[in-house]
Design a protein around this ligand. Structure first.
Ligand code: HEC
Ligand code: HEC
Length: 378
């Protein structure tokens, strides 16, 4: 347990930063680091930032580390074809490609509920539960890698996992999925329209590509974006106070950029060991000691709507999640008012759901039950 807790800290090269804005100096370094950098050397610097003047001054230049949300998250060329997005949207809601015809992506990533299921850990095929909390699909397409442990490169690749996962949609094979879809003429024509250059477009990888195209549209725009674009009145004083704490205490070293996360792995428990060490995160994939307890830093857009929190869904409220972060990532005992201000600001990251994508589409009819019966002549 916690074998490698010192490892991340041991790499730290904390060259004396006498600059008044240590946070910014630190962030400058983070920017040149490779995006998938392991064990970012952050903790001691952050602890230093947390003492000093950090709680008092707000440096507006730090705002440059964030970005307003784009409406569409770009992918390869052709991901923007309306026919491909429309197909992906149908597949996203398609339960008939699951083993018991009951489970779709939307079962665990309900678009009406900001892309989550609200459960500690998800329930899939035959009510089986996995060990992890379902992250939101909103803005996920923009993350540098997918899953809590980064085991899929992008949303197109990611989408194929749950379809075959025995505790999620549990489809017996890729062939089963393709055959199920091929039996519905509505899908045959939808795949042709979505992949016009391909001779045989109804393939399993194309299922992933279409779902990925759809997921690239799943974005929300919040008051926070107005603020970043210069509308100072978009946030209340209390929210600005929360933002100040978030930047100055060092939360933003990990939760940065357009999604306030989704751009690096970090250890859960950088300063204080994480309470639950059962799931060792990225270590499960790489078997490298340095990857113990490393998880993708989650994005924070719409965070007020996506409880419960953390990879194991162990924390039910945003207040407790923020306090936990203060303690375990920064070694800080945040005062109640500080937690409240940060939570107030986090609410400004809640965007408006895109109505045109949230409503389920009409799905192709199954031929067997809906085809007009052959009239018995005579
Ligand atoms: C049974 C519930 C369940 C179903 C069904 C399901 N997911 Fe997930 N999804 C999860 C869980 C749990 C995770 C986190 C797993 C992990 O990180 O190991 C996840 C992770 C993801 C992620 C990664 C997000 C991120 O921030 O890293 C995306 C994207 C995603 N799912 C999309 C989909 C799509 C598309 C489908 C349908 C093809 C789908 N999911 C079906 C539960 C589900
Ligand atoms: C050293 C990097 C780091 C710092 C600093 C940090 N976080 Fe985190 N944050 C993470 C990681 C990693 C996770 C995922 C942990 C897990 O699920 O096990 C996380 C998770 C969260 C979550 C839950 C997200 C979800 O979808 O479940 C919230 C909320 C959060 N952080 C807010 C904050 C706040 C507020 C601060 C500052 C007080 C902060 N973080 C500081 C790395 C960091």
């Amino acid at each position: 347990m916690g074998l490698a807790l010192g490892a991340g800290l041991a790499m730290v090269g904390c060259e004396g930063q006498d600059d008044s804005s240590q946070a910014e100096a630190m962030l400058g370094k983070a920017e040149v680091a490779p995006p998938a950098a392991q064990a970012q050397p952050v903790a001691p610097v952050l602890a230093a930032v947390a003492t000093g003047e950090a709680r008092k001054e707000f440096n507006p230049r730090l705002l440059r580390r964030f970005k307003p949300a784009r409406e569409v998250i770009p992918g390869d060329k052709d991901t923007e074809m309306p026919a491909r997005i429309a197909l992906g949207r149908m597949l996203y809601h398609e339960t008939r490609i699951s083993r018991d015809q009951q489970v779709s992506c939307n079962s665990c990533h309900s678009l009406e509920r900001y892309g989550v299921d609200g459960k500690k850990t998800s329930t899939g095929f035959e009510g089986k539960t996995g060990g992890r909390n379902a992250p939101t699909v909103f803005h996920a397409a923009g993350h540098f890698e997918q899953f809590w442990d980064g085991r899929a490169a992008d949303v197109e690749a990611q989408a194929l996992g749950p379809i075959l996962n025995p505790i999620e949609m549990a489809a017996p094979s890729a062939e089963f999925v393709v055959k199920t879809l091929r039996d519905m003429p509505g899908y045959v024509s939808a795949f042709k329209a979505a992949f016009p250059a391909e001779k045989d477009p109804l393939t399993f990888p194309n299922v992933g590509r279409a779902i990925g195209s759809f997921e690239r549209q799943l974005t929300t725009r919040a008051r926070w974006d107005d603020y970043l674009e210069g509308k100072a009145t978009a946030l209340t004083d209390k929210e600005v106070e929360g933002l100040k704490l978030f930047t100055n205490l060092g939360c933003m070293v990990c939760h940065t950029g357009e999604y306030l996360g989704g751009s690096m792995y970090e250890k859960a428990g950088t300063v204080e060991p994480w309470p639950n060490q059962v799931d060792q995160g990225r270590y499960t994939i790489t078997q490298r000691d340095g990857d113990r307890m490393m998880f993708k830093v989650p994005g924070l857009r719409n965070i007020a709507e996506t409880a419960p929190y953390f990879h194991d869904g162990s924390v039910g409220t945003l207040e407790e999640a923020v306090a936990t972060m203060g303690k375990h990532q920064l070694g800080l005992d945040l005062a109640r008012e500080e937690v409240e201000s940060i939570v107030a600001w986090l609410h400004s990251l809640t965007g408006k759901l895109p109505a045109q994508y949230v409503t389920p589409p009409e799905l192709p009819k199954a031929v067997a039950s809906d085809a007009p019966r052959t009239p018995v002549s005579g």
